[in-house]
Design a protein around this ligand. Structure first.
Ligand code: KG4
Ligand code: ZN
Length: 335
């Protein structure tokens, strides 16, 4: 039997997720238990609450993933788990569950980097063609990653302060929108026009790094000043203007890097990849590179899930990479 079945486990933030993927391409199950409701009233993810929910959910979620996939542990070739980065108390739940299962069933264990998972979500919808460039935009990350082959990650740009999703969530909060705010800003942005002049942080010439805290502060200041003057800012116009600034910088730098590095493919990954404005703008700008394929996974594979961890885990497993039972959660694991 040359088929490879991998169980993926992901608990780095506020989703408890398990999935079974066949041959790194075919999803047999993809179970996600979201804790979003529990964190909403705090306006962000509370680490203690996240850990507790993961402990309560992990066994159920793994069992459900196995049941839906219709496989037993003897059918599995490996167990892959997110080892970092993320919230340490949250990561530990998944890592310990994976170690326990690997030990109990005598299965190889593979530790996966969360961002590698986001990038490899793309392999569920397209064959990866190297060299490629991935734009990873999530609540915790904003990175441009260049890859010459499987498992070879080179970070050519990253955020120097807030992640793109973090900026979305903070601006949303200032506009009185619920957490997580990204989807709400996205919706409002489509009802408004980008008429408010906001900064774009291009940084030094040729840099692929990002910075969103100045933009975030500009929005907060504009809202504050308007309130002081007793004026109203239309939230749709603010959302549209903020989104235009974020998307402009992300898309411009991505396409510039794709040209410089001569890639064959551009991949979009992470929760903010669900953004309609970003997807549309990147599709449009990529017309400048007609020979480069743009891959954008469906929304359910952009936000945190375990299928992506199983895919990245399959690639590492096939490369002979193994973790042992000393595997530990690393909240600042480098890619
Ligand atoms: O990848 P993800 O699910 O979790 C992390 O690893 O961080 O990303 C979550 C982030 C949140 O900041 C959320 O507001 C943002 O993705 N997000 C969006 C959209 N959908 C989710 N941001 C902008 N537009 C969206 N449609
Ligand atoms: Zn993520």
């Amino acid at each position: 039997n040359e088929n490879v079945h991998v169980l993926g486990i992901e608990t780095s933030c506020d989703e408890t997720a398990a999935a079974v993927v066949k041959n790194g391409k075919e999803i047999l199950s993809n179970v996600v238990a979201s804790q979003m409701e529990s964190h909403r009233r705090f306006g962000g993810v509370v680490p203690e609450i996240a850990s507790r929910h993961h402990v309560e959910q992990i066994t159920l979620v793994m069992e459900e993933a196995m049941r839906q996939a219709g496989v037993s542990f003897s059918d599995l070739d490996a167990i892959a788990v997110t080892a970092g980065p993320g919230l340490v108390g949250a990561l530990l739940v998944g890592v310990n569950a994976a170690k326990a299962l690997a030990f109990a069933h005598g299965l190889p264990l593979v530790g996966v980097h969360h961002i590698a998972g986001h990038i490899y979500a793309n392999q569920l919808v397209a064959e990866m063609k190297f060299p490629l460039l991935a734009l990873v935009v999530s609540g915790g990350h904003t990175e441009l990653v260049y890859m010459e082959g499987h498992g070879a990650f080179q970070v050519i740009g990253e955020t120097r302060d807030d992640a793109a999703g973090e900026a979305y969530d903070k601006v949303a909060r200032a506009l009185g929108l619920p957490y997580p705010g990204g989807p709400h800003i996205d919706r409002l942005a489509h009802e408004g026009e980008p008429v408010i002049d906001l900064p774009r942080a291009w940084l030094e010439e040729g840099s692929y790094d990002f910075s969103f805290s100045g933009l975030k502060s500009a929005v907060l200041n504009a809202l504050h000043n308007a309130k002081q003057r007793g004026e109203e800012i239309d939230p749709r116009q603010m959302a549209a203007s903020f989104q235009a600034s974020v998307v402009d910088v992300l898309v411009t730098k991505t396409v510039q890097a794709a040209k410089e590095y001569g890639v064959r493919q551009v991949l979009l990954a992470g929760g903010v990849a669900a953004n309609r404005g970003l997807r549309a703008a990147l599709q449009e700008k990529m017309k400048e590179l007609p020979d480069v394929e743009l891959v954008i996974p469906p929304l359910s594979l952009c936000t945190d899930n375990a299928a992506m961890i199983a895919v990245a885990g399959t690639v590492l497993y096939q490369q002979g990479k193994r973790a042992d039972l000393a595997l530990n959660a690393n909240p600042s694991l480098p890619l």
